[in-house]
Design a protein around this ligand. Structure first.
Ligand SMILES: Cc1ncc(C[n+]2csc(CCOP(=O)(O)OP(=O)(O)O)c2C)c(N)n1
Ligand SMILES: [Mg+2]
Length: 329
């Protein structure tokens, strides 16, 4: 089935559209800067960029309410920025500095925010899926109307623990949205080579979980789908699956030259489907913004990102004593 598209006449206000533009652009510029810092040797370990996938998390967050929870994989910087975590704190964590959100001890894949209800950042593929159901179990128990956005990839969707989780979430009617970010690759393996059916969301049928596919390059389509999914969960009907068809422009991580696909394939996506360009077009053709307005937004975001990079370079290394804090033993 083709992903559901939003109607081209957007049913959103100029303010909302501008917010989505701004939020997606912040993620894009932040990730570009992270890529630069990595290239300069300032970021150690792994660094998985989200460039190309911005409309997924921004569209999903458009229907989030205060107290809703989110949990995701290692490709997590976009999710943190979209729920309002401080860009400087995220960037300084990438460079392993004391000002980072995990005090420089977690790095790119291990950041959390109690305040924003962001539960990580998980490096073990699929591990966050049962944890997401657990978060939703707590909300169900408290009967507080909150939902948990549990994000995972097309590769993770082939793991057994995902289906054990689907079963339990369905039995207990947990308010969890399983967001499958289908970016068409799991490391260097294309979806068609690893996944038996092209539409992963249909796997929920075996457990009685409704779901749908969404065009993940169209932030408005994602927002509408997020509204359906959150309404379903909040009304006590149990879990929902959204398979968001998206694309990552960069390699799996910074160390991946992505030789398993052609430059043309990436270029075609960038030039024909880019999520930020689509909203830019809507803003300009709908006369909601001028080129000048958009330039001003771009400038403002670049400043925020530059400041975060400056903070990430100048914040001190964690003190040696920090080795003995924040541990369980
Ligand atoms: C349990 C486990 N197996 C394997 C890996 C190595 N690994 C890291 S990412 C990845 C691919 C996951 O792809 P996908 O779920 O599509 O997410 P994406 O990277 O595309 O966002 C693999 C196999 C791991 N981290 N954990
Ligand atoms: Mg993938």
């Amino acid at each position: 089935m083709a992903a559901r598209k939003s109607t081209k006449k957007p049913n959103v206000s100029a303010e909302e559209l501008t917010k989505y533009y701004r939020d997606m652009l912040l993620i894009r510029r932040f990730e570009e800067k992270a890529g630069q810092l990595y290239g300069m040797g300032l970021i150690g370990g792994f660094c998985h960029l989200y460039i190309g996938q911005e409309a997924v998390v921004v569209g999903l967050e458009a229907a989030a309410e205060e107290g809703d929870k989110r949990i995701t994989s290692y490709r997590d910087h976009g999710h943190m920025l979209a729920c309002g975590m401080d860009p400087s704190g995220v960037m300084a964590e990438l460079t392993g500095r004391a000002g980072g959100l995990s005090k420089g001890k977690g790095g790119s894949m291990h950041m959390f925010s109690k305040e924003k209800h962001f539960y990580g950042g998980h490096g073990i593929v699929g591990a966050q899926v049962p944890l997401g159901a657990g978060l939703a179990f707590a909300d169900k128990y408290k009967d507080n109307g909150r939902v948990t956005f549990t994000y995972f990839g097309d590769g993770a969707a082939n793991q057994g623990q995902v289906y054990e989780t689907f079963n339990m979430a369905a039995i207990w009617d947990l308010p969890v949205i399983f967001v499958i970010e289908n970016n068409q690759y799991a490391m260097g393996t294309a979806q068609a080579r690893s996944t038996s059916t092209p539409d992963i969301y249909t796997r929920g049928q075996a457990f009685g979980i409704p779901g749908e596919a969404v065009d993940g390059m169209d932030v408005l389509a994602v927002k509408e789908a997020s509204e359906r999914a959150t309404a379903h969960c909040r009304s006590g009907k149990g879990p929902y699956i959204l398979e968001v068809k998206t694309y990552r422009y960069r390699g799996h991580s910074m160390s991946d030259p992505a030789k398993y696909r052609t430059r043309e394939e990436v270029q075609k996506m960038r030039s024909e489907r880019d999520p930020i360009e689509q909203v830019r077009d809507l803003l300009l053709t709908g006369k909601h913004a001028t080129e000048e307005d958009l330039k001003a937004i771009d400038k403002e975001i670049k400043e925020v990102v530059n400041q975060s990079a400056e903070f990430a370079r100048t914040s001190p290394e964690p003190a040696l004593e920090e080795l003995w804090t924040d541990i369980y033993a």
